[in-house]
Design a protein. Structure first.
Length: 131
């Protein structure tokens, strides 16, 4: 087992892709996201696990089960399993976040350059991990 050690702030702030999977373990997955101004991840529900988000730069809002909260750099959000949620960029610069899914949600090494790429993809975690 090798694990995964990075400067997550630097990688997140340097990411320009809508979704970029960095690490996939058996029980969790680390993903970078860059949401363009006015963009969003889209309303979703993960019935099988929790999700953690951290904002590294930009301004936005998170919706969790009907409650909207403003978010900015340095803030973290946790979405419990089964909660209907969305993250939206309300600023003028890309909203740069990283997220941790437990369990993994996407194929290992997935890169969706744009939200349209992500919407067109129907891939889901297939059991292949980083290790």
């Amino acid at each position: 087992m090798k694990g995964f050690i990075v400067d997550i702030e630097k990688l997140t702030e340097g990411n320009g892709d809508f979704r970029r999977v960095l690490y996939t373990g058996n029980n969790l997955q680390l993903v970078l996201m860059a949401i363009e101004p006015g963009g969003e991840i889209g309303v979703e529900v993960h019935d099988d696990g929790d999700q953690f988000f951290r904002v590294e730069s930009g301004l936005g809002e998170i919706l969790i089960d009907g409650v909207v909260s403003q978010v900015k750099a340095g803030m973290a959000m946790i979405v419990p399993a089964g909660a209907r949620h969305n993250v939206r960029n309300t600023g003028v610069e890309p909203l740069k976040v990283y997220t941790v899914y437990g369990p993994p949600a996407h194929h290992h090494e997935t890169v969706h350059v744009t939200k349209a790429d992500a919407d067109a993809s129907h891939e889901h975690f297939d059991g292949v991990t980083s290790e």
